[in-house]
Design a protein around this ligand. Structure first.
Ligand SMILES: Nc1ncnc2c1ncn2[C@@H]1O[C@H](COP(=O)(O)OP(=O)(O)OP(=O)(O)O)[C@@H](O)[C@H]1O
Ligand SMILES: Nc1ccn([C@H]2C[C@H](O)[C@@H](COP(=O)(O)O)O2)c(=O)n1
Length: 209
């Protein structure tokens, strides 16, 4: 069983996926972390974020691995854990550039398709491109202001700066942020986190393990 939860930046994909996955008793898969790892490695190596062969070389040559767990995803570079470094402002700024590289997308997709079912997969194109065969698909939205207000509780920047950065990232990611035709689109603006999780779980009675 695969459930996909796609959506725009900071719409609640990982928090919601974690809640849904815990309720179902399965892991969740945070695909954006692999793009973030690609951006981090390129930034650390001083590689141009648009240089596909160089970025791909960093990913393939150095053993980047996603560990999907019900309680949270971890990313490893050999024995080094990258997870804590993946949500910095500089990675936020650079990640769309590496995510636009077709070779990097193909590498990420291949890693994801190797994962054993069942799981909840979250990202931008889980329901459209990576797992079109998923049993249930969801797409989360919220206005840039609502998303910025939520993010401001966990970042040092002020709300207008976060809102501007989110709007820029929506624009940069626009090719990947089309909901699957068979996805249920949920505006999370009026809902709290548990409210979104409950909407999803209420449509999944047959998928509970
Ligand atoms: N419905 C909600 N109500 C209130 N806060 C929420 C809701 N959904 C998510 N949040 C909060 O919004 C913030 C962003 O959520 P989260 O990190 O899950 O989003 P995301 O879509 O995975 O982000 P990114 O695209 O940057 O990876 C978190 O602080 C989370 O707790
Ligand atoms: N399936 C995916 C997942 C992520 N991306 C890109 C777009 C985002 O800017 C970046 C980071 O993702 P996030 O942590 O915000 O979910 O990765 C993508 O193109 N496709």
């Amino acid at each position: 069983m695969i459930v996909t939860i796609d959506g725009v930046a900071a719409s609640g994909k990982s928090s919601v996926s974690g809640g849904v996955a815990r309720a179902l008793g399965v892991p969740y898969v945070s695909s954006g972390l692999l793009y973030r790892a690609a951006a981090l490695l390129a930034l650390e190596a001083g590689v141009d974020l648009r240089d596909a062969p160089a970025v791909l070389g960093l990913l393939e040559g150095r053993g980047v691995r996603l560990e999907p767990l019900a309680e949270g995803n971890r990313v490893w570079l050999g024995q080094r854990e990258l997870t804590a470094d993946l949500h910095s402002t500089r990675v936020d700024k650079g990640v769309s550039a590496v995510a636009a590289l077709p070779d990097v997308r193909a590498w990420v997709d291949a890693q994801l398709r190797l994962l054993p079912e069942p799981f909840v997969a979250e990202g931008r194109d889980m329901g459209t491109n990576v797992f079109p065969q998923a049993q249930a698909k969801f797409y989360l939205t919220a206005s840039p202001r609502v998303r910025a207000e939520r993010r401001a509780k966990e970042r040092p920047e002020d709300i207008p700066a976060i809102e501007a950065a989110l709007t820029r990232r929506d624009e940069a990611d626009r090719r990947q942020i089309t909901p699957a035709a068979d996805a249920l689109v949920i505006d999370t603006g009026p809902l709290d986190l548990q409210g979104v999780i409950d909407v999803i779980l209420s449509t999944l009675p047959d998928c509970r393990s």
